[in-house]
Design a protein around this ligand. Structure first.
Ligand code: 6PG
Length: 233
């Protein structure tokens, strides 16, 4: 069972999504740490800005990861970290030690992916073969149905063991190598929210919700709580 929230404009979508995210974040506090994975792309930026201005968020107790990342420097305009830095981190009191960027210094996506998987396992306290459970994973979606850096037709969609994988970036935009969370990691999360802005993406969301979108990677995101969709043209 998924939940769909459609909006006619992006600002309303961002306000509603930020409210929902803040509700989850407020569950963090003394002795209770929250682990959140942020989405990249352009759709979530406004949501992050709104969140940064919300009162009473327990920033000290929230730890931030990335559901996918491009192997570019952290201050590159194509970096998902960079987008989150500008829209969220630098506007809040979140301690720097709570930020977990992908080690993009290596140009070897395999190394970056396995190092990220290790750091997630360590931080969330889930040794192999347990699958760590993020409190919240945010995702975007492309008009081809890709989510995180899981592209249609890729064998990455069948990954059963690894939590984070290297992705050959040729198919992506921009065409750089990436690392991405896999479906087992995404589907173990307590909550998964899609932030989807773009008229061309709406028919894809409809198909997925109707169960007719089997070829779309995003249709395979099925956490126990069901994904929550926020959409706008
Ligand atoms: C990435 C993403 C990717 C993104 C979609 C939608 O880093 O490329 O995480 O999955 O969310 O491509 O991107 P837009 O919101 O920019 O359309």
């Amino acid at each position: 069972v998924s939940e769909l929230h459609r909006f006619d404009d992006r600002e309303s979508m961002a306000q509603a999504a930020a409210g929902r995210i803040a509700g989850i974040m407020r569950q963090g506090g003394e002795g209770h740490e929250l682990n959140v994975a942020l989405a990249g792309g352009s759709s979530p930026a406004r949501t992050y800005e709104i969140l940064s201005g919300m009162p009473d968020l327990p920033w000290d107790h929230i730890h931030f990861f990335f559901s996918d990342e491009r192997l570019v420097p952290l201050d590159d305009s194509a970096s998902n970290y960079h987008m989150a830095e500008k829209a969220l981190f630098e506007r809040t009191r979140v301690p720097r030690g709570n930020l977990y960027p992908v080690a993009v210094e290596t140009s070897d996506a395999r190394k970056a992916a396995s190092a990220y998987e290790r750091s997630i396992r360590e931080h969330l306290g889930a040794p192999v073969p347990q699958v760590p459970r993020f409190n919240l994973i945010l995702l975007g979606m492309g008009a081809d149905g890709h989510t995180a850096s899981l592209f249609p037709g890729s064998k990455d969609l069948d990954e059963a063991k690894r939590l984070v994988i290297p992705v050959d970036g040729k198919a992506g935009s921009p065409p750089v190598d990436r690392v991405s969370f896999t479906l087992p990691l995404i589907n173990a999360a307590g909550a998964v929210l899609f932030l989807v802005a773009g008229r061309d993406k709406l028919p894809v969301v409809d198909a997925i919700i109707k169960g007719q979108g089997k070829g779309y990677p995003a249709s395979r995101v099925r956490p126990d709580a069901g994904p929550v969709w926020f959409t706008a043209p």
